[in-house]
Design a protein around this ligand. Structure first.
Ligand SMILES: [Zn+2]
Length: 337
């Protein structure tokens, strides 16, 4: 297991500085990939691998190019989560069953898990703030969409998308947000937390034969409804998938008229993903990223993207898939005047 690099992070406020010509502001924190059991299904290494990949691909030229998350205030977390749940997680007093439900019972160091969880949620909020400043921003983590108000689930503890939406709405930084969740799994936690928030429109396009649906004995799962849920059949291929997304995202942008899009670019739609049940090719994945970012920018809507889910034991394959949205963002970014 490669350990995450520890570097000092001068904050570059000027998103159009020469260091940022190739990529919109991109958020990363060295805590994202703590030491982790190598056999664990959740690929905790992927965040650091992705940052390295962006350096290797020369989309960023130095670690200092990454934007460091601004820390979360605790009261921001409580806009989306029950205080008791958060405090029990931080103090490592959650019921063992609650940790198993999250999928992180097997964690080497709880304090490092708490730190990376909080920094990850902070990173998505920072990413959204950057997008509001310059039109587009990315996060080398995020998309923790199964986390509910009072419990975690599916490898997610705090819901970065819901926290970000709640904070920006409370601050009146925006009056309407669209969460476009294209991870192969339904964004059930986001749907639950934001169900009574009319200023946040939750859209989830997912495979209907995937978590959180249809798990025998797990009666708490599968009941949450987004404002728009599009449940795709198992095995769907590129053409129908891309046409479905185009239709629904274009419709949502026109109907909702958001002032910000939070885009969960989960890559577990890929045909070779260990957990997904769709058949989207590498070409189809790259086309999705271009299409989503182009649709948002064509409408003049700031877009903040997070990487979401992706599961594959071959590290370079998964890293390359997560890097696709950054390459798509770079292509658009470089054409800006
Ligand atoms: Zn997923």
């Amino acid at each position: 297991m490669r350990s995450a690099a520890v570097v000092s992070w001068p904050r570059c406020e000027d998103a159009m500085s020469p260091l940022r010509r190739l990529l919109p502001p991109s958020v990363y924190h060295h805590s994202y990939s703590p030491p982790w059991p190598p056999t664990h299904r959740f690929p905790m290494w992927k965040f650091h691998d992705l940052a390295l990949q962006l350096l290797k691909d020369q989309l960023v030229t130095a670690w200092e190019d990454f934007v460091m998350p601004q820390p979360l205030q605790e009261e921001w977390i409580f806009l989306a989560h029950e205080e008791d749940y958060y405090r029990r997680f931080c103090s490592d007093t959650l019921d063992p069953a609650a940790l198993r439900r999250i999928g992180f019972a097997q964690r080497p160091d709880h304090r490092q898990l708490v730190a990376r969880t909080c920094w990850e949620a902070a990173g998505t909020l920072t990413c959204a703030r950057e997008a509001l400043k310059v039109g587009m921003a990315g996060h080398c983590a995020g998309g923790t969409h199964h986390a509910h108000r009072a419990w975690g689930s599916g490898y997610t503890v705090l819901n970065d998308l819901a926290i970000t939406a709640k904070v920006l709405l409370q601050e009146k930084a925006v009056s309407k947000i669209l969460i476009c969740d294209l991870d192969v799994h339904q964004g059930d936690g986001t749907a639950e937390i934001l169900q009574d928030e009319p200023r946040a429109f939750t859209m989830s396009v997912h495979c209907k034969e995937n978590f959180p649906f249809g798990f025998k004995g797990l009666s708490h799962l599968g009941h949450d409804r987004s404002d728009l849920d599009v449940a795709l059949p198992k095995g769907l291929g590129d053409e129908e998938y891309l046409a479905t997304i185009f239709e629904h995202l274009q419709g949502a942008l026109e109907d909702v008229r958001p002032e910000l899009v939070l885009y969960d670019a989960g890559v577990d739609i890929h045909v070779e993903d260990d957990l997904g049940n769709l058949c989207i090719s590498w070409k189809g994945l790259r086309r999705r990223e271009e299409m989503v970012l182009e649709l948002c920018t064509a409408k003049g809507v700031p877009v903040a993207f997070v990487i979401g889910g992706g599961y594959h034991r071959k590290r370079p394959h998964l890293t390359r898939r997560h890097a696709a949205v950054f390459h798509a963002a770079s292509a658009i970014w470089r054409t800006r005047g």
